[in-house]
Design a protein around this ligand. Structure first.
Ligand SMILES: C[S@@+](CC[C@H](N)C(=O)[O-])C[C@H]1O[C@@H](n2cnc3c(N)ncnc32)[C@H](O)[C@@H]1O
Length: 282
């Protein structure tokens, strides 16, 4: 596996470069597969399920939050497509599941193009087959690290698919909590947003411990430390800072189920541990 591994749909249709390889290491719990388990996916192994169950025993809200995050992703992408956005830069794609970004966007506007980026080769391995139904040339799955935003912006495969001189929706769903403060997530988001033209959007969701008893707050991240990722929970105020200089769409930064819900909210929806928002670059 090289630093830059592109899996294009041309390749999926059969005649291009060899398939990517990645060590699946099924015995080590993996955050993307744990998330897949939370949202009811099938791409996970016993070690992933055991670690996920440990997290769920500490906080059953994690599954509700993961499902709510996924539903927010779908409503946000649909809203963006309805607002006329046709280009999506989806970083931290995760293992494809039902209702992926390109499926939602293309159901509104078939010409929508989506660049999926994830730093995890395992996600690419799981992802390539599941994305094979997409319209050729409209979707790429690329290996890239959010901590190197300049490399993402300079990536020829990103630039081939997306015209960065025209509005782009930057999607950072459930990824920024994997970026440590030491890596300056605010500067990362600023670099990406600064490179996009007026009329672009930032949509993000972020795990929080705002609703958790302070004595319990460290336990979820501890399970992730035993897996392969660190988890940095942030407060609503800290998440709001990612939108500095942007215009938040109604209803602002809210817990995932409360962002333009399809159904009447339930009593517990205000405490789902995911802050969610969509904003426009003026
Ligand atoms: C919880 S999943 C979210 C999946 C999807 N965005 C969603 O909200 O349903 C987080 C994803 O972020 C990816 N990720 C974590 N840190 C990353 C980084 N530094 N660069 C790129 N991807 C990263 C993980 O590999 C994982 O696939």
């Amino acid at each position: 596996m090289t630093d830059h591994q592109e899996i294009s749909l041309d390749w999926m249709s059969g005649d291009q470069s060899p398939p990517p390889s990645a060590e699946l290491r099924p015995e080590v719990p993996h955050p993307a597969r744990m998330y897949d388990y939370y949202i009811g996916g099938k791409d996970n192994f016993p070690a992933d399920r055991a670690a996920a169950e440990q997290v769920l025993a500490l906080s059953p809200l994690v599954r509700i939050s993961a499902l709510a995050n996924r539903a927010f992703l779908q409503r946000a992408v649909r809203t963006l497509a309805e607002q006329g956005v046709r280009q999506f830069l989806d970083i931290g794609t995760g293992i494809p599941s039902a209702g992926n970004t390109h499926e939602i966007a293309q159901s509104v506007a078939p010409s929508s193009r989506v660049a999926y980026l994830d730093n995890d080769p395992i996600v690419l391995v799981h992802g390539r087959a599941l994305l094979s139904g997409a319209r050729p040339g409209s979707v790429s799955v690329l290996q890239a690290d959010l901590r190197d935003p300049k490399a993402i912006l300079a990536d020829p495969a990103v630039r081939e698919l997306l015209d960065l001189d025209r509005p782009v929706a930057l999607l950072l769903f459930a990824i920024l909590h994997f970026i440590d403060d030491a890596d300056d997530p605010y500067a990362i988001v600023r670099t990406l947003v600064d490179a996009l033209p007026s009329g672009s959007y930032l949509a993000l969701s972020h795990a929080t411990a705002d609703f958790v008893d302070p004595n319990e707050a460290g336990k979820g991240p501890a399970v992730y430390r035993a897996a392969t990722a660190q988890l940095t929970m942030r407060t609503r105020e800290q998440v709001l800072r990612f939108f500095d200089g942007l215009e938040l769409l109604d209803p602002g930064l809210v817990t995932a189920p409360l962002w333009r819900p399809d159904q009447a909210p339930q009593d517990t929806d205000g405490e789902v541990a995911i802050w969610s928002g969509v904003a426009r670059k003026p």
